[in-house]
Ligand binder design. Structure first.
Ligand code: SF4
Length: 460
């Protein structure tokens, strides 16, 4: 019998600063874990060194990986860090690099970090495309502690050679409803008479440390969706990074609110305005929720915030929708990847589209066959999508791509809803194809900024 999936919902929906779950959130978490490891061993380094390798080096500057590592080394937590403090940290450390470390202080500033060129260390020689090497050195230059960490997408990290730890912490008991893929989830859902989300929630409730902990966590996720959308809708002007891209969320929402958008397009335009808002916040280094990644953070909340506004979803419906979308992400993460550096953007925007399509289909009354079909379409029509962000920033094509993901999720939910659920390609099959396509994809198209749109800008 295959191992059941034991990923946790609240590990999939992580709250933290943008712009990238694999290049910002993950490295921040890895650096913080390295700091904790040093402190637990009583190591007060004379010097710290962090090497960013592979895709972390190729697009790390545009993704703010260096800032994230500095924040992690300072012991900051993604969920609680103030976005403005986070953005100002490198300048603050330039003024005063002495940071508290146990009983002493350690110099933490930009000099700690090295971006190692892809020419010097090939991606093929790394344990993962997103790899970082952290060293604590003693006064003689000897290595007090060295660790290699991999950031595998969605904010998940693990030490090299410790792959199983990339997933959620071991649950305290076997799942109430063990499922290992979409087919088994479908079978259980039919047998117990619930949706995908009900199955996941039943498993998670049996694992929660105290009654209501899961519900409170999902409330925080929903609040995170609302907060990031509200912040993004309240701002205008140019996004940072030098690409010259302007924020568009507020004006699109205003056009909906003033009737400038055709009524039949208004629900999708509203959802797209939410997606723009969240991805613009993400691009500016603001706090968002991985769903399942930062780069693709706008699609699930875009779709759900719009439908919640229009049909007044209850708290239980919202939790169930988050769980249904989460179930889809769990299966993709287990059998393929949600990382652009591993499988291209199909793993980020494709996964988010599938999650949103499944949740929306269920909210609109779809049965489990239709929900599985909606998720399958969400991936199928994103297969082969490359990751090629301009200037290594999570802006173009990322922000617009989320808005397109919203439209695709809407269409997939509707097409599934107006079918009898019959389809030839199953969700499990399309996930396998996504994995194979990602494996076959040239590395230039996997978050290295060396191919596709990333090299389409004229040099000036
Ligand atoms: S192109 Fe897609 S996978 Fe790549 S950074 Fe943008 S959103 Fe993420």
């Amino acid at each position: 019998m295959p191992e059941p999936i034991t990923l946790r919902l609240l590990d999939l929906y992580r709250i933290g600063p943008g712009p990238s779950s694999s290049h910002t959130l993950g490295p921040m978490r890895a650096a913080a874990k390295f700091r904790t490891g040093c402190l637990q061993r009583g190591i007060l380094p004379a010097r710290l060194e962090v090497d960013l390798l592979g895709s972390l080096s190729a697009t790390g500057r545009g993704h703010g990986t260096d800032r994230a590592v500095l924040a992690g080394l300072c012991g900051w937590e993604p969920e609680t860090v103030d976005p403005d403090d986070f953005l100002a940290l490198p300048d603050r450390l330039k003024q005063d690099p002495a940071v508290g470390w146990g009983t002493g202080t350690v110099r933490i500033d930009a000099s700690v970090i090295r971006f190692i060129s892809l020419k010097d260390v090939r991606v093929a020689d790394l344990p993962h495309p997103n790899t970082m090497r952290l060293r604590a050195l003693d006064a003689d230059g000897g290595i007090a502690l060295e660790e290699i960490w991999c950031s595998v997408g969605g904010g998940f990290v693990h030490r090299a050679g410790d792959e199983a730890r990339a997933l959620s912490a071991e649950p305290p008991a076997p799942p109430v409803h063990p499922f290992h893929n979409a087919a088994s989830l479908l079978e259980i859902s039919k047998r117990v008479g619930g949706g995908f989300g009900d199955v996941v929630l039943a498993n998670e409730r049996a694992w929660e440390p105290s009654t209501g902990a899961l519900a409170k966590g999902l409330d925080r996720v929903w609040q995170g969706f609302q907060d990031s959308a509200a912040r993004g809708l309240g701002r205008s002007g140019e996004l940072p990074g030098g690409l010259g891209l302007r924020r568009r969320a507020r004006s699109l929402r205003q056009r909906v609110d003033t009737g400038a958008v055709a009524p039949e397009y208004a629900p999708i335009a509203t959802a797209q305005a939410f997606a723009y808002a969240i991805n613009e916040e993400n691009a500016a280094g603001g706090r968002v929720v991985t769903a399942p990644t930062n780069g693709a953070a706008g699609i699930v909340p875009g779709v759900l915030l719009e439908v919640a506004e229009r049909v007044s979803l209850t708290r239980d419906q919202i939790h169930r929708a988050l769980a249904t979308a989460g179930a889809v992400a769990m299966i993709i993460k287990t059998h393929a990847s949600i990382s652009g550096a591993e499988v291209g953007c199909q793993g980020e925007v494709g996964s988010a589209t599938a999650m949103a399509a499944a949740a929306l289909c269920e909210i609109l009354g779809g049965d489990v066959e239709q929900v599985e079909y909606a998720a399958e379409m969400g991936i199928e029509h994103n297969l082969g999508l490359t990751c090629d962000p301009l200037k290594g920033l999570v802006q173009a094509p990322c922000i617009e791509r989320n808005a397109m993901g919203v439209a695709k999720a809407w269409s997939a939910a509707q097409l599934a809803l107006h079918s009898d659920g019959y389809h030839v390609i199953s969700l499990d099959r399309v996930i396998r194809v996504m994995k194979r396509t990602g494996d076959d994809m040239r590395r230039e198209y996997k978050e290295t900024a060396e191919g596709g749109l990333a090299v389409s800008l004229p040099e000036c």
